[in-house]
Structures are given as C-alpha cells and as structure tokens.
Unconditional design. Sequence first.
Length: 209
Amino acid sequence: MSKVHVFDHPLIQHKMTIMRKVETGTKQFRELVDEVASLMAYELTRDLPLTDVEIETPVTKTTQKMIEGKKLGIVPILRAGLGMVDGMLRMMPNVKVGHIGLYRDPETLEPTEYYLKLPTDVAERDFVVVDPMLATGGSASDAISSLKKQGAQSIKLACLCAAPEGVKRVQEEHPDVDIYLAALDEKLNDHGYIVPGLGDAGDRLFGTK
C-alpha cells in the first residue's frame, strides 16, 4: 500500500489556514498556493540520490554532494494544477513539465481526459502529479493511469488538500504511488467538495465562478 505523507510544518499549516479563509482574494490565494508548492517540493525531493563531486572553493579543493542527475517531471492536472507548477519549478528549475487535462462530469463526478502532453522520455523520469484538491480521487487516479499507459515507472501525487475518500481511492487503484499532502481534511460533502476544504481551487486561482 502506498504511503501518505501529511506535512506538519508550521509554515505550511499557517499558509493553508489563510488560503482556506473565504475572504482571501485571488491574488493572495494564488501566491499562497505557489508558496506552499515550493515548501512541498522541498519534502518531495528528500529521497533524491546524491553523488560525490570534486569542486574548488575559494579556499581549497573538496569533495561535496550533488543530486545524481535524476530526471524529474511535473504533471499538473489542468487547470487548477497549474497553480502549483511555478512554486515547484523555483526549487527544481531543470524539471520538465507535462500537462494532463481532465474535467469532472457534474452528474457522475467522474473525470474525462481531453488533453495529454508529456516529455518524450517518460520511462526514464520520476513524475510528480500535482493538483490542489484530492476530493473523490477520480481525476488523480485517471491521471496516474494515463501516465502509466505512456510508460511512466515512478509516480508521486502531490495535493494541497485531500479528503479521506480520495486518498483511499488512489491507494486502492495505485498502491505503488505515494501521496504527499499539505492537509488531510475530514470528509466529502454531498456535492463532492472537501470539508472544511478551501472551495473550488481553480475558481479561486483564476478568479472565475
């Protein structure tokens, strides 16, 4: 079964609380998503392999550590996932970015894929699928399935806010995919929204209704 990592860092919890407030406007909400994504990237990359390299400082030659050239990829689920990309790229500027477009049927709540564009060397990359909300888990699970069909071997899922129902679905359908969360909330309501949640992340990011 995949592992679920819920970040308890005070900065993340503080920023998530401000993000949740109904009075937080689009500009501030967008900035907070960006900042929390950067903080999450720090933890997401904790297990990257290191290698020894010889360098010269202003004082002497020395052997130090650098990341071993691991190929990484970020795949936001459109559209809300776009809000997390820049924050992660700030920490990992050489990462390649793919995109997957899914929309949720308002009646069945099931996702339908309408766009997929990935780096050409899919099998060689460690991918992080990003989406602010993990509600029913349908979109995330379908996105992960699409990556696997394209040959992806290593996938993580990063979300700001999740409901237990969505976590359970992803774990059941993709037991090899670890899940990284800024917050694990209480439940889903009858409309498929996370409670207490933070509303519709896409609408709040882009100022739409």
